[in-house]
Design a protein around this ligand. Structure first.
Ligand SMILES: [Mg+2]
Length: 402
C-alpha cells in the first residue's frame, strides 16, 4: 500500500496541479521508482491510496503493469474526502491482507523490503516501522526504542537533535484497521502515539539512503541522488543447476528443489546491495513441453520460497526460443539464447548496473560464453555450495579502488 494522497503544501506551486508522488524525477513520476522498488522485491499486488488530484493517479497508474519482469496489479483507491494519513487507511479494509507493507509515496528509503518484512513478521505488534538514524530529526517524526519496542513517538518538528526517525515504511497488521479513531486522523499525530501506549508499535533501525521529495532541497537534488543510489553491482545467475536441481526441462512448481546454499546465496547477495538477476534458457517452451505461463509460475514459486527467508530475485529473464522447436511461434535462432548475450544485455539496458563490480555464475560453458560476450566475468559452478562460491567470487570481483 502506498500513500499518495498528501497535499504537498511545503512544495507550494509545484503540487497545485500535480500530486506530490507524481512530480517528475529524471523524466518520470517519482512514484515509478517506488513501484519498481516494490516489484523488484517480488511484490506484485500494489494498492495506491490516493486523495488530492486522485484522478491523475487513476489515469496514470491503475491496471496491470509489467515491472521487474513481473505482472504487477496496481489498484487505485481514492478516498472520498480527506481523512488524514490515518483515516485514509480505513478504506483499505476491503483490500488488505492480514499483514501488508505500507509506504509513504513521497519518500524513498533504500531498504531491503523483503528482509524488513521478514524480520518484522515476528513482531508482536500492529505496526512495525523502519527507522533511520539522522543528525537532525526536526524535519521528521522522532522515535525512541527499547530493544525493538517503540517507547516514544514524537511527530515532525518536535525535537532537533540526532536520533532515529520514522522512515515511512511499515509492516501493518490488519487488526490496526479496526482500531482507527474517528476520521480524519493522522498516523504520526494520533495513531502511533496510541500504539506506543498500548505497546503495539515496534521499530527496526536500518541503514540506507533516504530522500523525502516533500522537502524542497531534497526534491531539487532528487534526479542526481536517486540515480546515484539505484546504481548497484549485479550478479547474474543461471537457474537450472545453479539455484535449483536441473531435472531436465524443470518447469513444474512442485519440482523446485533448491541446491544447498542457493537460497542463502541469494539472501547474501541481497544484503551486499547487489542486484540479483536470473538468466535462463527455457527451450522447453519451443519444444512444446511447457508454456511461458509455466515458466512464470515456477519463478513465482521461487519468489515465495525466497521470501520465506527474507530473500528475493530482482528480475527473472528467460529465453523460450530454440531453432529446433516444435512450436512454430518459438522455433527460431534468438540473440537471447545463451551462449548469445541478449538476456544480459537487455537487463543492462533496463537497470542502472555498476558493471565493473558485476559477474555471472553458471554451470555450463554456454553461460560463461554469454557473460563474456556481454563483457562480464563469469564463474563456473561445479561443486560445493553456491553461498561459498559467491563469497569467494565477490571477494575476487571487489574493485581495486573503493
Ligand atoms: Mg544451468
Amino acid at each position: 500500500m502506498i500513500l499518495v494522497g498528501g497535499m504537498g503544501t511545503r512544495l507550494g506551486a509545484l503540487t497545485q496541479r500535480t500530486p506530490k508522488p507524481l512530480l517528475p524525477v529524471a523524466g518520470r513520476p517519482f512514484l515509478d521508482y517506488l513501484l519498481l522498488e516494490a516489484a523488484r522485491f517480488g511484490f506484485d499486488r500494489i494498492v495506491l491510496l490516493a486523495g488530492h488530484l486522485g484522478g491523475q493517479v487513476v489515469d496514470g497508474f491503475a491496471g496491470l503493469r509489467r515491472l521487474a519482469g513481473r505482472d504487477v496489479d496496481i489498484e487505485v483507491v481514492v478516498e472520498p474526502e480527506p481523512a488524514g494519513t490515518g483515516g485514509a487507511l480505513e478504506v483499505l479494509r476491503d483490500v488488505a491482507d492480514d499483514a501488508f507493507l505500507l509506504m509513504n509515496g513521497d519518500s524513498w528509503f533504500d531498504l531491503d523490503l523483503r528482509a524488513f518484512a521478514s524480520a518484522a513478521a515476528a513482531d508482536d505488534a500492529w505496526v512495525s516501522m523502519a527507522l533511520r538514524s539522522t543528525s537532525d530529526t526536526a524535519r521528521f517524526g522522532t522515535v525512541e526504542l527499547e530493544g525493538r519496542r517503540v517507547v516514544r513517538f514524537l511527530p515532525r518538528g518536535a525535537v532537533a537533535a540526532p536520533g532515529l526517525i520514522n522512515a515511512g515504511v511499515y509492516l501493518v497488521r490488519r487488526a490496526l484497521l479496526d482500531r482507527i479513531p474517528s476520521r480524519p486522523c493522522s498516523l504520526e499525530a494520533d495513531i502511533f502515539p496510541a500504539l506506543v501506549a498500548q505497546r503495539r508499535l515496534m521499530g527496526v533501525a536500518e541503514k540506507g539512503f533516504f530522500i523525502d521529495i516533500g522537502v524542497p532541497d531534497d526534491y531539487a537534488a532528487a534526479d542526481r541522488l536517486i540515480a546515484e543510489h539505484r546504481r548497484r553491482p549485479a550478479v547474474f545467475l543461471d537457474r537450472d543447476g545453479v539455484l535449483n536441481e536441473d531435472l531436465g526441462y524443470t518447469y513444474h512448481p512442485e519440482d523446485l528443489r533448491w541446491l544447498p546454499g542457493a537460497r542463502e546465496a541469494v539472501r547474501q547477495l541481497n544484503a551486499s546491495g547487489s542486484y540479483v538477476f536470473v538468466v535462463t534458457n527455457q527451450a522447453g517452451v519451443a519444444r512444446g513441453i511447457y508454456g511461458e505461463n509455466d515458466v512464470e509460475r515456477f519463478h513465482a514459486r521461487m519468489d515465495r520460497e525466497l521470501a520465506e527467508i527474507g530473500a528475493h530475485v530482482d528480475e527473472y529473464i528467460y529465453c523460450p526460443y530454440h531453432p529446433d522447436g516444435s512450436v512454430a511461434a518459438y522455433r527460431r535462432d534468438s540473440a537471447c539464447r545463451k551462449p548469445e548475450p541478449g538476456m544480459i544485455v537487455e537487463l543492462m539496458g533496463r537497470w542502472p548496473i555498476d558493471l565493473d563490480r558485476s559477474f555471472l555464475v553458471g554451470d555450463k560453458e554456454t553461460d560463461l560464453a554469454a557473460a563474456a560476450a556481454a563483457g562480464l566475468p563469469g564463474v563456473l559452478y561445479r561443486d560445493g555450495t553456491l553461498d561459498e562460491l559467491i563469497d569467494a567470487s565477490a571477494l575476487r570481483m571487489r574493485p581495486k579502488a573503493s
